[in-house]
Design a protein around this ligand. Structure first.
Ligand code: FES
Length: 321
């Protein structure tokens, strides 16, 4: 992320939301309005240890005085969530990016069906708040390991006192058999419905299988983690058209690593192909796409590449950098 794009915010409140999940309320140090956002958006936290991590906004998009994120201290994380839980305190000033939305809500859908697994509930919370404001019908299918590990159950009950009709909960330790049957859920949804899913990889893959027959424009997924391994074989060169330089990509390095090592500025955040921040225009050559951000059509067009994880199928890639 380019430094000029960062804002300083104060951590005004840290709240326990569930086992290993805290929420963090962020506001401008002197008060005032933050940049507007839409349901499904995320911000990047630029942590004091140099890591950059993306977190979805869970609050109502009508709130301009604060952003609220929730962070799961995940034992398998790459260190970002542990740092947030163990280091960030109320009153701290941290740097964030402006909100971006890769998981936008279709506001005029007649039906919205939301599927969450664990911390995947976060972007769906802002969507639910928005759908309530718009008085649009929605249903939520929310799975978690245990009731204690499920964040925002109180918020859901407050948003919808008759929640049992539209909020379907599933906890691993309260049942004997399988989790939600996503194929059956999708089969019972009206053809015009928009379907959303955010959760762990197996849930996302099951959701994509279940929705394969639905129009692509009505199916929305948000990945938190990479599905494919990054391209680290090297053995090709990248011509940086704007910088007028050519750099060799060595085995073990991504294009992004090599570009940064060469002192060339490039935007990035998640470094694993899910957020889209490092998207770079391809002027010539054939990328080896490894991201979860581009659609199959965008991949086939080879007009852009996520340089944090993708490589090259051609000897040379020419990039707009
Ligand atoms: S930095 Fe997130 S997709 Fe590349």
């Amino acid at each position: 992320m380019v430094a000029g794009d960062l804002w300083k915010v104060r951590v005004k409140r840290i709240s326990y939301e569930a086992e290993n999940i805290n929420s963090y309320e962020l506001a401008l140090p002197d008060g005032g309005d933050l940049a507007p956002f839409t349901a499904g958006s995320h911000i990047d936290l630029h942590l004091q240890n140099g890591m950059v991590r993306s977190y979805s906004l869970v609050n109502d998009q009508n709130e301009r005085h604060r952003y609220v994120i929730a962070v799961n201290k995940d034992a398998s994380s790459r260190g970002g969530s542990s740092f947030v839980h163990d280091t960030i305190k109320t009153g701290d000033i941290i740097a964030i990016s402006a909100p971006r939305n890769n998981f936008a809500l279709c506001e005029d859908a007649e039906h919205s069906v939301l599927v969450a697994g664990g911390i995947g509930i976060t972007p769906l919370m802002s969507m639910i708040r928005r759908l309530e404001t718009l008085a649009r019908p929605w249903k939520l299918f929310y799975a978690a390991r245990t009731r204690k590990a499920a964040a925002f159950l109180d918020d859901l009950a407050a948003i919808k006192p008759d929640a049992h009709l539209d909020v379907h909960l599933d906890f691993d330790d309260e049942r004997a058999g399988q989790t939600f049957d996503l194929a059956a859920i999708v089969a019972n949804v009206p053809a015009a419905a928009h379907l959303y899913c955010c959760g762990p990889l197996p849930m996302l893959e099951a959701f994509e299988r279940a929705t394969a027959g639905r129009p692509a424009g009505q199916v929305h997924v948000e990945y938190f983690q990479a599905r494919e391994t990054p391209a680290l074989d090297g053995g090709f060169e990248v011509r940086l058209a704007r910088s007028n330089r050519t750099i060799a990509i060595e085995p073990g390095k991504t294009i992004l690593d090599t570009v940064l090592d060469a002192g060339v500025s490039a935007n990035f955040s998640c470094s694993e192909g899910v957020c889209g921040t490092c998207e770079t225009r391809v002027i010539d050559g054939i990328p080896d796409h490894r991201d979860q951000f581009l659609s199959p059509e965008e991949r086939a067009a080879n007009k852009s590449i996520m340089i944090c994880c993708s490589g090259s199928k051609s000897r040379t890639l020419v990039l707009d950098l």
